[in-house]
Structures are given as structure tokens and as C-alpha cells.
Design a binder for this molecule. Structure first.
Ligand code: PAF
Length: 289
């Protein structure tokens, strides 16, 4: 199927030629929000921002197989295309690109984008090949959709840096906009994976935000040692029996190199498994004083 016209004019493109054809007719500037679907308030905040800053908005829904490792949750990643399309229709989106994997990666697909350096630590160290898959699919999506602006969430801080670097290094045209993390009222960062948490795990998952808040409190109390802050965060997380730490990092927000002393803004980021669900989150600590 190529394109179908839904009510209120939102178009759904399932093939690359259809997406390109619709793009050619969109009034500029075009804002673009790439997603893996199972939309939540974080995605919708990006969509609303894109709506406010552009004459047209495109969204993609594609659970990208190449950014998942063999032991990761590609098969079980939450999906609900019909619900997603209904939400996007309500947001007044112009076009949604929903390709199948074969459309994006035909059998003879053989070209990959590797952003070196900053992809070797944090998520890159825990998930080998992840950013190769992310950079490649985002480059493909940007080439297909040709947006003037593309929107990403700050929750995936390293991903945002990798995409900014790729766009800059490869002289790609879209402006990359990174928007703040959206949180539940109790502080948990919204994520498609939160749906997998049972009620006890949902409560236990608060340990991510609690440990980030602790880092902020320690820093505003004058603590400058990254190691002391990290150790206190680790102790807090280890107090939660359902949590298993993947990493806790306090790093330079641009190079992602670990800091000893917080004498400039610092990115505090962490990945923690709650039961079978791996969650990530981050905050920026102030470097002043
Ligand atoms: O952040 C995500 O949802 C994905 O990594 C992205 C950017 C849509 C690429 O598949």
C-alpha cells in the first residue's frame, strides 16, 4: 500500500517514494519527529514543538532493528500503530512515515554510518553497534523526509550528541533541536519501555530520578568531586533490591569524557535495569561555584 488519506488530512506513507512525493508538496519549513512508536508525552511534546515552529510536520514510526543487539528487546519492544496514528491525527500532523523493515533495509543493503569516539562509552559500551544503527537510520530518515528541522529528546542525551555530530560532520542540512526530558509527576522520565514495569517495578524505577536529584542536591550543596557524587548515587540505587546498575557516569556534556572535578557543567547519566527493563535518564549539573 502506498498512501491513504485519513480524516483531517493526515497522510500515511508506507513506502519511500510515497513519502518523498508527499514531502514535495508540504509547505516549508517542515519539522520532523523520528520515533519508534508507542507514543507518549515525550514524543507528543516534540510533536507539539515541531507544530509550533514549522508550517508542516512529519513523524516517522519505525522500530529500527539495526539499533538493537541480538540479546535486546527488538521483538518485545511495545508497538501499537493504530493508537499512534490516532494520537498523531489529533495533533494535526501532516504526514506519518511508517515503513516496513524491508523498505528501509532491502536484502542488498550495505552502507552504514559510524560516528567514532563519542559512541564508544556509556550506551555505546553497553550496547555495541547501537549507535551505528541509530546514525544509519536517522541519516536515511533525514534523506527521505528532507526536513528543515528535526526534533529529539534530551533523555537520550548521547543519541542527541551523536546525531548532532553526524549532521555536522556530514554537512547535512536539517537543524537539530533537542528538547527537555518529559517526566511523570513523581519524576520518572517518560519512556515507551515504562509500560513493561509492573506496579512494584514502577515504584522501584523512581530510584533513577532519586539518584539524579541526589546528585543535584550534592552539587548545589557545594560538592565538586564527581567520584563522591557517583558513589552516593550508586549507594542509593543499590539500596533498591529490584535495581541493577549498568552505569552511572558524570561526564563532560560534549566529549562525554568522565570528569574528576565538576568545574564546568557536567552530564550525569545512568542506565539501570529494573527487573527485565533497562531504563536510562540524565540531568545536567551546574559547573559554577
Ligand atoms: O530515539 C528513538 O526513538 C530512536 O533511537 C530513533 C531516533 C527514532 C531512531 O530509531
Amino acid at each position: 500500500m502506498g498512501q491513504s488519506l485519513l480524516n483531517e488530512g493526515m497522510k500515511v506513507a508506507r513506502t519511500i517514494p510515497t513519502m518523498k512525493e508527499i514531502r514535495g508538496e508540504l509547505p516549508e519549513p517542515v519539522g520532523f519527529v523520528p520515533t519508534m512508536g508507542y507514543l507518549h508525552e515525550g514524543h507528543l511534546s516534540l510533536v507539539r514543538r515541531a507544530r509550533g515552529e514549522n508550517r508542516s510536520v512529519a513523524v516517522s514510526i519505525f522500530v529500527n532493528p539495526t539499533q538493537f543487539g541480538p540479546q535486546e528487546d527488538f521483538e518485545t519492544y511495545p508497538r501499537d500503530a493504530e493508537r499512534d496514528l490516532t494520537l498523531l491525527r489529533q495533533e494535526g500532523i501532516d504526514v506519518v512515515f511508517v515503513p516496513e523493515a524491508e523498505e528501509m533495509y532491502p536484502a542488498d543493503f550495505n552502507s552504514w554510518i559510524v560516528v567514532e569516539g563519542m559512541t564508544e562509552m556509556l550506551e555505546g559500551a553497553s550496547r555495541p553497534g547501537h549507535f551505528r544503527g541509530v546514525a544509519t537510520v536517522v541519516a536515511k530518515l533525514l534523506n527521505i523526509v528532507q526536513p528543515n528541522r528535526a526534533y529529539f529528546g534530551r533523555k537520550d542525551a548521547q543519541q542527541a550528541l551523536v546525531i548532532e555530530k553526524m549532521v555536522n560532520d556530514l554537512n547535512m542540512s536539517p537543524e537539530i533541536i533537542v528538547a527537555p526530558t518529559v517526566r511523570e509527576p513523581d519524576g520518572l522520565a517518560v519512556s515507551s519501555r515504562n509500560v513493561r514495569l509492573d506496579p512494584e517495578e514502577r515504584q522501584a524505577a523512581l530510584v533513577l530520578w532519586k539518584s539524579l536529584s541526589l546528585a543535584q542536591q550534592l552539587r548545589s550543596g557545594g560538592e565538586r568531586s564527581a567520584d563522591r557524587i557517583r558513589q552516593q548515587m550508586i549507594a542509593l540505587i543499590e539500596g533498591e533490591p529490584r535495581a541493577r546498575i549498568d552505569y552511572v557516569s558524570i561526564a563532560d556534556p560534549e566529549s562525554l569524557r568522565e570528569l574528576d572535578e565538576i568545574d564546568r557543567p557536567a552530564l550525569v547519566s545512568l542506565a539501570v535495569r529494573i527487573g527485565k527493563t533497562r531504563l536510562i535518564d540524565n540531568v545536567i549539573l551546574d559547573g559554577a561555584s
